[in-house]
Design a binder for this molecule. Structure first.
Ligand SMILES: [Zn+2]
Length: 227
């Protein structure tokens, strides 16, 4: 009898504890999403990520049901797959400010977003844009708005803002070499105090890179032109 009472009390205590934990989780305000990624990334297939709905992209299971026959490992989460998930999570806008952009997987991701109706704006370095292998021409041909800096100072940023709320920034250029061979870092955050200045800086650089503004007198500047 004594044993039954002890077990019974234990069950009640455990259930109460679970209930308290559950209540605390419900009551606690949702914390901003933060993540740090380091590169070089392991190689793995990312094919399945392009067909995930935007809302599922950052948190979906690492083990997809796939029919891909490529030779890369499948169902493996890597730094690059995490990064790609965050890029593909855009549902309304992607503002990208990157010095070098030649990575075909990331280019495909940007094209997918564009085809979904996501507003994509790309700022890149004017010297890098002309380099062999750059994806900037591909993006422009698809109708994506691309602008470059007009002065002698390098546009050396590597950051992206997803839906005006998620910042991806760090040392990583959007190149295959950076992803697979270099030691790089990426910080991903939803902290408004960090995201806000990047949005402000992007808008400043975007306006500053307006080709109409660069080539016409200030009085004739028009908004909404494509670079
Ligand atoms: Zn595959």
């Amino acid at each position: 009898m004594w044993t039954v009472k002890v077990v019974g009390l234990g069950v009640v205590a455990f259930s109460s504890l679970e209930l308290i934990v559950w209540l605390l989780r419900r009551l606690r305000p949702e914390r901003p999403r933060n993540e740090v990624l380091f590169f070089p990334s392991e190689l793995a297939c990312v094919e399945h990520l392009y067909t995930l709905p935007p809302s599922a992209a950052p948190s979906a299971s690492a083990a997809p049901s796939h029919s891909c026959l490529c030779s890369l490992p499948h169902g493996v989460e890597t730094s690059f797959s995490r990064f790609l998930r965050h890029v593909l999570s855009a549902s309304s806008s992607l503002d990208l400010c990157v010095f070098a952009f030649s990575n075909m997987d990331l280019s495909r991701a940007v094209l997918v977003l564009h085809s979904r109706g996501v507003t994509v704006r790309v700022l890149s370095d004017k010297n890098y844009i002309a380099i062999t292998g750059t994806q900037i021409g591909v993006l422009r041909k698809a109708g994506i708005c691309v602008r470059s800096n007009g002065n002698s100072v390098h546009m050396h940023h590597k950051f992206a803002v997803v839906d005006g709320r998620l910042l991806l920034t760090g040392s990583l250029n959007w190149t295959l070499n950076a992803v697979q061979n270099n030691m790089e870092n990426i910080l991903i955050t939803e902290e408004p105090d960090l995201v806000r200045p990047f949005i402000k800086e992007f808008c400043r650089l975007w306006e500053h890179s307006d080709p109409v503004r660069r080539h016409k007198p200030a009085a004739r500047v028009d908004a909404g032109t494509q670079g």
